[in-house]
Design a protein. Structure first.
Lengths: 73, 581
């Protein structure tokens, strides 16, 4: 399938955002910085596989990278 | 000279102290703050006499609780002082969230029209207290005793003995029930040796009341990483009299006393407001967030309401507003129990329902605090990620937590609810606080032609039955006798017919029913109502039960459930008030 820009969902998809956010932060409790990074990496891979749409993943990677310091012009 | 001349009230030696003979009052309320005064005024509305004790003789200092929510205004409206609050207060419903110097997003707390009250007003707590005190002073049932400090509380089997200290010394009194609304540092709680467990957050916050003329719109403005302040966040609110409330998050490692000095506060404000702006600092306070509560809000004949029962972090305006709802939840139950019309077990449901609400408010406000003062590097990274994405990716705005503003808790699991057996959609489920709608009142047989009436003006105080009605003879004939029996019961239920504006209301008015015309069809929509739909509404305007068809037996059963009169007989503690005094 061809890459179609704008396929990455921008509107809210998470059912209960505050519940999700709390669970996400809680999952990191008691971990070292290195462990936290590993958890986040595992989470990204799990979610990426669940999404499974190459175009969406590519777009998400781009969007994530755009806002990180050093990449701003 | 500040913008407000603090009201003081004269101390008068209580007649009871002069006589030296303890009386037994039905209810003593400790604390003349917004919660205690609401309780006393509402008790008076139910015909219950109350003595209110306060250790000071003036309204509270500084703006303190400023954001009063729609639900609170509805309650105060019923008690006769809501209009004054709204007129003096600053009405708002929209907010902006900024990240550094950029606007991230705006929100609207009441996007639909057709509500009598705004989402919020900002009004300094001293004004709210002053208006409530004025209202209480009009009522024979409320006796305010200033500079009466509670120094002893002895809960007994049939009364609570209270020792009080005044400028004239000590005296004793008694009450059947004591309602402790004496704030986060509750002396009643301490005197009873009750634990107050929870979390204390490390971050310090500085709040200042600043008087100035400024053209900030009447919105809630919240900054993450504000350009004018080195801390993680700041908040701006407009209040009455051109007074602005400004909150600065200072972080965990600061000297609170040092920060609160005007020479340290003023430069901060200059940076925010501009070097040439004229302003006057009226009040400064430095505090830490607390998230604590009593395990139980009912301890026999002593009930705790407001901050004495639960202390919340202030972002979200859930402290004062949930306290006022505590008071309203308790009062109708106390009134029924004092009157011998419901068993004492009904008071346990105050604990059940308001602990549930406090849990929700603690959860919600603690999440905000955790977001605002993210501790670990990971938590900070997620916060910065959400903030960074929010401008261009709207979904992330829902993850940004700058306070989730007070809405009434839906008491969905309450044992007083009758679970639905019919199919309904929408928000008015059993346990929910009733929604508003514009209505026109039929006076006698005639439409009074007056617009601007509201459904919520007709709810509250006692049990009400909202009967959505199409004016048909068939419905009327089968329910008239029923409605009369419900109105004549031990705990009366008043039926109110809600009729679509395009239906004929004459038959309903002929039998003496109060008729509200659903002029915009908003009531039917908000209550998911069809002809024949019936809602049983509690005295605190929460839904007790609802059906698609008016069935007397079901209504009676739901009433019994909502008042705990379905349990064992309770004739033994039936004791009229007159005998008690």
């Amino acid at each position: 399938m061809a890459f179609t820009p704008g396929r990455l969902r921008d509107s809210l998809g998470i059912g209960a955002p505050d519940d999700f956010y709390e669970a996400l932060i809680k999952a990191h409790e008691g971990l070292s910085e290195a462990e936290s990074r590993l958890l986040n990496a595992r989470l990204v891979l799990l979610l990426a596989n669940h999404i499974g749409d190459d175009a969406v993943l590519k777009e998400a990677i781009q969007a994530a990278r755009e806002g990180v310091a050093g990449e701003r012009d | 000279m500040g913008s407000y001349d603090y009201r003081q009230y004269d101390y008068v030696t209580p007649a009871e102290q002069r006589r030296g003979k303890p009386e037994r009052h039905p209810v003593i309320v400790v604390g003349a703050g917004p919660v205690g005064l609401t309780a006393a005024i509402d008790l008076a509305a139910h015909g219950v006499a109350t003595v209110v004790l306060d250790d000071e003789n003036r309204v509270s200092e500084g703006s303190r609780a400023i954001c009063w929510a729609k639900r609170t205004l509805e309650i105060w409206d019923r008690l006769g002082c809501g209009r004054q609050m709204v007129e003096k207060g600053v009405t708002w419903k929209t907010g902006k969230v900024f990240y550094r110097d950029k606007l991230l997003y705006e929100f609207d707390l009441l996007p639909e029209p057709n509500h009598k009250h705004p989402a919020f007003i900002n009004l300094q707590q001293y004004y709210a207290e002053e208006y409530l005190i004025d209202r209480a002073a009009e009522l024979d049932e409320v006796e305010l005793r200033w500079r009466n400090r509670v120094v002893g509380v002895e809960p007994g089997a049939d009364a609570v003995r209270v020792s009080i200290e005044t400028p004239d010394g000590r005296y004793q009194t008694e009450c059947q029930y004591l309602v402790a609304c004496d704030g986060a540092r509750s002396s009643v709680r301490k005197l009873m040796g009750l634990g107050f467990e929870g979390r204390v957050f490390e971050d310090r916050f500085l709040i200042a009341d600043v008087r100035m003329t400024a053209d900030f719109p009447t919105e809630r403005w919240f900054w993450y990483h504000p350009p004018f302040h080195s801390g993680p966040s700041a908040l701006l609110h407009r209040q009455a009299d051109d007074v602005f409330r400004i909150d600065f998050q200072l972080g965990p490692d600061v000297d609170a006393e040092e920060e609160a000095k005007p020479e340290n506060v003023v430069p901060r404000l200059r940076k925010m407001l501009g070097q040439d702006k004229d302003f006057e600092v009226e009040w400064i306070s430095v505090y830490r967030f607390q998230a604590r509560r009593l395990e139980q809000f009912r301890h026999g004949r002593v009930m705790f309401a407001g901050d004495s029962a639960h202390q919340l972090s202030p972002f979200g305006a859930r402290g004062g507003n949930s306290g006022v709802q505590d008071a309203e939840n308790l009062v109708w139950k106390l009134a029924l129990v004092l009157d011998g019309r419901a068993p004492e077990a009904l008071l346990d449901t105050y604990d059940e329902e308001r602990v549930y609400a406090a849990e929700e408010n603690l959860r919600v406000t603690s999440r905000t605090t955790d977001f605002m003062s993210a501790k670990s590097e990971t938590a900070q990274a997620f916060r910065d990620a959400a903030l960074g994405l929010a401008e261009t990716h709207p979904f992330a705005r829902s993850l940004v937590n700058a306070g989730r503003l007070s809405v009434p808790t839906v008491l969905a699991d309450s044992s007083l609810n009758t679970p639905d057996t019919d199919v309904f959609t929408g928000a008015m489920l059993p346990g929910a606080a009733c929604g508003d709608a514009p209505v026109r009142v039929m006076a006698g047989h005639d439409d009074d032609g007056r617009d601007g009436g509201w459904l919520l003006d007709h709810l509250g105080g006692g049990f009400k039955l909202l009967y959505f009605f199409d004016g048909s003879d068939a419905l009327l004939a089968s329910s008239r006798a029923t409605m009369e029996r419900l109105a004549a019961g031990d705990i009366p239920i008043d039926t109110i017919a809600v009729i679509r504006a395009d239906h004929d209301p004459r038959d309903a008015t002929l039998i003496g029913l109060r008729v509200l015309l659903d002029v915009e069809a908003v009531a039917a929509q908000r209550y998911d109502a069809r002809a024949g739909t019936v809602y049983l509404v509690r005295p605190d305007s929460h839904v007790a039960a609802r059906w698609r068809w008016f069935d007397e037996e079901k209504v009676q059963k739901a009433l019994a459930r909502a008042t705990r009169t379905d349990a064992a007989p309770h004739g033994t503690d039936r004791r009229p008030l007159a005998e008690v005094k």
